[in-house]
Design a binder for this molecule. Structure first.
Ligand code: ZN
Length: 296
């Protein structure tokens, strides 16, 4: 297998209701079983296409829904960690982040009986301001991280960071970073391979962007289970939403635009590329670096 024309499908396994409740409204609520429903739909769709991907699972999800974790493992997907409580790195001290990562890693490893190699930070929150997080991720025992969006974003991003897989020396040994894919739209770099971009734009736009990225390197696609969720959220969510300002209400409601289109876009995407779990890219990268005579 060469690295050309390869796509990694990645899923951040978290519940949209409880994360919105905490991050937008400041209320702690439990993960709802919607995360199970929609993650299972994605497992089924990937299975239909014979695709294996990488599922970055939140500790809170693994704790409440251990059977879901087992279903992901049973379908041969790679399992990584997406934090325990979905705390962005800028909301934690290094000690808190270490605790967050090691507790989620241990829980997931105990439940699956397999070692976890990869980590993705909530909301791509490894940025120049939270560079210390890379040390924490290496210290927690991860081989690789996939949290850096090499663009200047409103809430995240590390402008100028490499777009290729990179070795990062840390105080706890080397960490391999698999940066998120960015595409060039009218000369501006954007995180075109997932989330709102996949939802809002026609599939042919996403396809064109992926082909553009594949000219140079493998592409990393990312999604969340809640992007398939078209059922109304629970009443307690709307009670909180009504208390917010109009701009927040509009922003939250905009997250429903085109959700109904995601499933068929994903179906098309899975038909048209060669997919591997992220650990395969990392292993190939390590083998390549070793061949060149350096050490990883
Ligand atoms: Zn997340």
């Amino acid at each position: 297998m060469t690295e050309q024309k390869i796509v990694c499908f990645t899923l951040d396994v978290e519940d949209g209701v409880s994360i919105a409740m905490r991050d937008i409204f400041g209320k702690n609520t439990e993960q709802t079983d919607r995360v199970v429903t929609y993650t299972k739909q994605i497992i089924e769709l990937l299975g239909k296409h014979g695709v294996t991907g990488t599922f970055f699972v939140l500790g809170e999800v693994a704790k409440k829904f251990p059977d879901l974790l087992k279903a992901i493992a049973k379908a041969d997907h790679e399992i990584g960690v997406h934090g325990y409580h979905h705390l962005q790195f800028f909301r934690m001290t290094p000690d808190e982040a270490f605790q967050e990562l090691t507790s989620a890693k241990k829980l997931i490893e105990d439940l699956t009986g397999s070692e976890v190699a990869g980590h993705r930070a909530p909301a791509f929150s490894i940025t120049p301001e939270t560079e210390w997080g890379l040390d924490v991720i290496a210290k927690a025992g991860f081989i690789y991280d996939s949290s850096i969006m090499p663009v200047r974003g409103r809430r995240y991003g590390w402008p100028g960071f490499s777009k290729d897989i990179t070795t990062i020396p840390t105080g706890y040994g080397n960490l391999i970073e698999v940066p998120m894919s960015v595409g060039s739209v009218f000369g501006k770099e954007m995180p075109v391979c997932g989330g709102g971009y996949l939802r809002l734009f026609p599939y042919r736009f996403t396809r064109r962007m992926i082909e553009q990225i594949l000219q140079k390197r493998p592409a990393v696609v990312y999604m969340h289970p809640y992007e398939l969720d078209t059922e109304p959220y629970p009443d307690y969510y709307f009670e909180e939403l009504r208390k917010t300002d109009l701009l927040t209400q509009l922003r939250m409601r905009s997250m429903w635009i085109n959700r109904k289109t995601i499933f068929s876009k994903l179906d098309d995407l899975l038909t048209q590329s060669n997919f591997v779990p992220m650990i395969h890219l990392v292993n190939e990268y390590i083998a390549g670096v070793e061949t060149e005579g350096s050490t990883v």
